[in-house]
Design a protein around this ligand. Structure first.
Ligand code: NAD
Ligand code: IPM
Ligand code: MN
Length: 351
């Protein structure tokens, strides 16, 4: 079996973590007897500075036939983020209708949480983030620029279909896991979109009587991610709230450098995209110290999506074993002094 993966290293530490991880995926393929072919796309801010666009006009067509997309990161200090992200990563999520953004937060054995009193496995939750609409809808405008009466309108868009499909996916996941689902909205202040969301959540919940549900406002949910992260199992949230909660989820489980992410369209017609939760980290770019594990775990999710679950498990396990071994190399974000490549070399041995 051969799987074609489109690789977009992107900006900042994106290329560093992608280059580091690729050999691991190749090892996993060799070990588990399937083939991976990688096609590289040099899209990103360098491409923008040279050609005036983050990717070609027909960029998404070029990657549409691949089985999966592996993305590093996008974002560069020299170009505004709304140009770079809206020119590359966000359009891929939307064009391929990758409506499930699945983001696990796991406190691995051997990793210290900044929260007191949590041990390995105490934090083990997954956020299902709506990934195509909500607060990220490209709807709005800016008028009278530079004048006193300048106005900017940024609209959030919530559709019944859009809410229902992410909520349903989250219920399905909760059935597979510990049977608990937390719905996060802000319907005390946002009386239209968020109330539609809650209504749909309640309707869908009737189909899943075995799943215990809980409802939190996003401000309280942010507090509870810190106060009682051990009590969460599956969490479903809008695009923006899911974005914010998953940075909290990343840091309470040790580091941004450990948090993986999958942008999934469950249909086989279009590719899903796998990327770390973190960004291009301009503060550490070029130093060779970026933690590659978020990308490795994203690679594991990619293999799982391709149906290579044994290889996916092996990769995930190799990371867990490495983190549990206090003599193994770790990058500075985890309190070590090893480089990106040391971590990967050790992982290759374990794999
Ligand atoms: P960031 O995630 O890039 O960095 C936040 C902090 O976490 C920094 O201190 C950074 O050094 C650290 N960090 C991140 N990844 C790390 C890793 N693998 N190993 C060790 N430390 C790591 O967030 P930011 O600084 O807010 O954003 C930087 C740029 O990235 C911006 O342009 C932003 O828009 C973009 N961004 C892109 C994505 C993406 O492409 N998926 C995600 C988030 C942010
Ligand atoms: C993420 C990032 C992106 C998002 C940004 C860079 C647009 O923060 O993947 O979490 O908000 O989705
Ligand atoms: Mn984010």
């Amino acid at each position: 079996m051969t799987h074609d993966v489109a690789v977009i290293p992107g900006d900042g530490i994106g290329p560093e973590v992608i280059d580091a991880v690729r050999p691991l995926l190749e090892d996993a393929a060799r070990e588990y007897d399937f083939e991976l072919t990688f096609t590289d796309f040099d899209w990103g801010t360098e491409h923008y500075l040279e050609h005036g666009e983050m990717m070609p006009d027909d960029g998404t067509d070029e990657i549409a036939d691949h089985d999966a997309i592996l993305l590093g990161a996008v974002g560069h200090p020299d170009v505004p983020d709304h140009v770079t992200l809206r020119g590359l990563m966000l359009p891929i999520r939307k064009t391929f209708d990758q409506y499930i953004c699945k983001r696990p937060s796991v406190l691995f054995d051997g990793v210290e949480s900044p929260l007191r009193g949590y041990d390995s496995g105490d934090i083990d939750l997954v956020v299902y983030r709506e990934n195509t609409e909500g607060e990220y809808a490209d709807v709005g405008g800016r008028e009278h620029r530079g004048f006193d009466n300048e106005v900017a309108i940024q609209s959030a868009v919530f559709t019944r279909t859009g809410v229902e499909r992410i909520v349903r996916a989250a219920f399905e996941e909760a059935e597979e896991r510990d049977g608990k689902l937390t719905n996060v909205t802000k319907s005390n202040a946002q009386a239209y979109g968020m109330v539609l969301w809650d209504d749909v959540f309640d309707e869908v919940s009737e189909e899943y009587p075995d799943v215990e549900t809980e409802r939190l406002l996003v401000d309280a949910a942010s507090m509870d991610f810190i106060r009682r992260p051990d009590e969460f199992d599956v969490v479903v949230a809008s695009n923006l709230f899911g974005d914010i909660l998953t940075d909290i989820g990343a840091i309470i489980s040790g580091s941004m450098g450990l948090a993986p992410s999958a942008n999934i369209n469950p249909s086989d017609d279009v590719p899903s995209m796998f990327e770390p939760v973190h960004g291009s980290a301009p503060d550490i770019v070029g130093q060779g110290v970026a933690n590659p594990l978020a990308t490795v775990l994203s690679g594991s999710m990619l293999l799982d999506d391709l149906g290579e679950s044994a290889a996916a498990d092996a990769l995930w396990r190799a990371v867990a074993e490495q983190l549990a071994d206090d003599s193994a190399p770790r990058t500075p974000d985890l309190g070590g002094d090893a480089g990106t490549l040391d971590v990967v070399a050790d992982l290759r041995d374990r794999l």
